[in-house]
Write a protein that binds this ligand. Structure first.
Ligand code: S3P
Length: 459
């Protein structure tokens, strides 16, 4: 499927959580909610669950583990019966293209002690797995990766009674997926596990485990109190978890906030498209995710946050953006972790900013759904934006409207949507090839932009 985006229309309107075209539920929280509900004892009800290409393999995996669940629209019902009742899957569990599914499931399987194999697409088989396999092995988990330290991962059975070793472990990279995998494995450890991250990443797992009754300590910051400066200068982050004995987790009853990483496309669209004003309601504002908003504000973007409240232990609020003139900035350090999924669309904002924007300390971008440093620079150059690749980031010379043209998203959903957003304010049409993969995280992307006034069509 080819997505064709024509420039020249201003974007206006409000995207609500319950409107026909609403912002989908948060991807990270949806993954955690489904999996933790499966580990709990009792019936969980999860509203505004993200039903998409990355969460359906997780739901299929839960079925293979013997779990009973039902989807009614975007409401997910899970009948948890505790991990001791999980069943060994007869065939390998297919995680699709989702590293979150694979790494989180790996932690849960490690805790359950059942034998299973985790695998996925060729794209997923390229993602590094030594970052979870090594600490899991230190805990006593019998797990092996391929010789390239990638999927498939093979887990060998252990008795549910045989507890794992609690570890004191410093993560080599700040990663919420690695941290969450180890926190889930730690549920079967004999005592307290301590994890140290070089910089704070999203803490959805910590918040959810706490709401389910687990003894877990972590520096939970209040987004209303925290200053952006303090969050970005915060270096090491420590979390300590002591599993309940016996291992009983309370079921979940929650409404998942709108996904800020999906809202990010609409936010940048509203900023770079002249004459626009957009409000997006009830968006998740976890402090580990709000780096893009801070970066854009620093560049001069007109962004307002209102109606801050809490949903299921997560901060949420309404975001209003208006078209703005931007100036270039430098992004490095802990801020990089707090906007890790937003660099593709941040790069589009940078192309419209006055001056040269520089991104450093972002080598992790090379291990995402594509090598986001090289793929981004290549495709931006092809639509007339001067982007230069560096080992740990990129620079973008902004200020000249992208020319437009045909782009290749390199099998990466966030590249599809970011390049499409560039088309809304380019000199000529942007055509994105193989655009169907946007459904991995943002079903309804086209419909929402059309509702706001954008000229998008599918060929
Ligand atoms: C995620 C964590 C991030 C992010 C991914 C979702 C999560 O990955 O890029 O889209 O849900 O924990 P890393 O933890 O590998 O940085």
């Amino acid at each position: 499927m080819k997505l064709v985006v024509k420039p020249g229309q201003r974007l206006q309107g409000t995207i609500g959580l319950n409107s026909t075209n609403c912002l989908p539920g948060d991807k990270s929280i949806s993954h955690r909610a489904a999996l933790l509900a499966a580990m709990a004892q009792g019936d969980s009800i999860i509203d505004h669950f993200l039903v998409s290409g990355v969460t359906l393999p997780l739901l299929d995996a839960l079925r293979m583990l013997g779990l009973d669940w039902k989807l009614d629209g975007t409401t997910l019902f899970v009948n948890g019966r505790g991990m001791e009742n999980w069943r060994e899957p007869k065939t390998p569990i297919y995680c699709g293209n989702s590293a979150t599914t694979l790494r989180l499931l790996a932690g849960a399987l490690a805790a359950s002690g059942i034998s299973a194999q985790l695998d996925g697409t060729t794209g997923l088989r390229r993602r590094p797995m030594d970052r979870i396999v090594e600490p899991l092995q230190q805990m006593g988990v019998r797990v092996e990766a391929s010789t390239e330290n990638t999927a498939p991962l093979q887990f060998t059975a252990r008795s549910f009674r045989e507890q794992l070793r609690p570890i004191h472990y410093t993560l080599p990279v700040a990663s919420a997926q690695v941290k969450s995998c180890l926190l889930l494995a730690a549920m079967a450890a004999e005592g307290t596990t301590t994890l140290i991250e070089p910089a704070p990443s999203r803490d959805h797992t910590e918040r959810m485990l706490k709401s389910m009754g687990v003894e877990i300590q972590f520096p939970m910051s209040d987004p209303l109190q925290e200053t952006a400066e303090r969050q970005n200068s915060a270096s090491e982050y420590m979390v300590r978890i002591t599993p309940p004995d016996p291992l009983v987790l309370n079921p979940l009853h929650l409404t998942i906030p709108g996904d800020l990483s999906s809202a990010a496309f609409l936010i940048v669209a509203g900023i770079i498209t002249p004459g626009s004003e957009i409000t997006i309601k009830e968006v998740g504002l976890n402090p580990g995710r709000t780096g893009l908003l801070e970066a854009l504000r620093q560049m001069g973007a007109r962004i307002e946050i209102s109606k801050m409240t809490e949903r299921g232990g997560e901060p949420v609020g309404d975001i209003t953006v208006r078209s703005s003139s931007l100036k270039a900035m430098q992004v490095y350090g802990p801020l990089v972790v707090r906007m890790i999924d937003e660099f593709p669309v941040f790069a589009i904002a940078a192309a419209f900013a006055d001056g040269a924007t520089l991104v450093c300390d972002a080598q992790e971008l090379r291990t995402k759904e594509s090598d986001r440093i090289s793929a981004l620079c290549q495709e931006l150059n092809s639509i007339g934006v001067q982007a230069t690749e560096m080992p740990d980031g990129f620079s973008i010379q902004g200020g000249k409207l992208p020319r437009g043209g045909l782009v290749n998203p390199h099998g990466d959903h966030r590249l599809v949507m970011s390049l499409a957003i560039a088309g809304l304010a380019a000199q000529q049409e942007v055509e994105v090839a193989d655009a169907e993969i946007m459904d991995e995280s943002f079903p309804g992307f086209i419909a929402i932009l059309q509702q706001l006034g954008g000229d998008l069509r599918v060929n």
